[in-house]
Design a protein. Sequence first.
Length: 90
Amino acid sequence: MNNLIWVFNGSGGKFPSGVFTDLLTAESWIKRYCLSGILTAYPVNSGVFDWAIENNFFTPKKEEHLSPEFIGKFSTASQEHYHFENGIRE
């Protein structure tokens, strides 16, 4: 992905605990505090729903796929992401 940010969600957290403009800075911060969770790349100035459709990672097939509830909760495993356990990338 071009033009992206990295968002870290700690295990069990409801909200992100870090947002970074590059992967190395994010990984350094996660390692420094021995954090566990998921670091995910997000497109800037685009919703993940739109990004996934534009990149052919998702095609809405049901009416419910166009509902605000679905779009507001949408995520995809097609986003670059890494799992961390105690600061170490798995």
